[in-house]
Write a protein that binds this ligand. Structure first.
Ligand code: DQA
Length: 147
């Protein structure tokens, strides 16, 4: 079955207990389970991966890029966490592959600290979903899979 990658960056393993006023009470396992259900409705398999390490996220994007060229992967739903605001390496990784990447932020980063207002990911993303809570993952899947 063709897949879609749900990729989460640093600290998103703490969802559910981390700053619930910003990120809500759903755990990462809840979010991933929901993504699997939504993807299955479209006939896709959601592969879920979270890492607190920049290099592992880069490797995951490269792998999705290779799978995209082999028609095995439809896209990437990516919440890069704080690397959004710092990582030229993730920007370059996305730019270096063909697979469409949708950037998701649970919180409205533009209503928060100034250092969260700039994204290195947005210029290379197929689209960006910000401030819609964990529902953003579903919206990204709808965009990528509803053909
Ligand atoms: C986040 C926003 C980032 O600024 C923050 O560093 C995160 C989560 C979000 O989903 O709202 O870790 O990407």
């Amino acid at each position: 079955m063709k897949k879609i990658l749900i990729l989460n960056g640093p600290n998103l393993n703490l969802l559910g207990t981390r700053e619930p006023a910003q990120y809500g009470y759903e755990t990462l396992a809840d979010v991933e389970e929901n993504c699997r259900k939504v993807a299955a409705e479209y006939g896709y398999d959601a592969e879920c991966f979270q890492s607190n390490t920049e290099g592992s996220l880069i490797d995951a994007i490269h792998k999705a890029g290779r799978e995209f060229t082999q028609d095995e992967c439809a896209g990437v739903v990516f919440n890069p966490g704080a690397y959004t605001h710092t990582s030229i390496a993730l920007h370059d990784a996305i730019k270096g592959v063909e697979v469409p990447v949708v950037e998701v932020h649970i919180s409205n980063v533009h209503a928060r600290e100034a250092f969260r207002h700039h994204s290195y990911i947005s210029p290379v993303a197929a689209g960006t979903i910000i401030g819609m809570g964990t529902k953003g993952y579903k919206l990204a899947l709808d965009f990528l899979l509803d053909k």
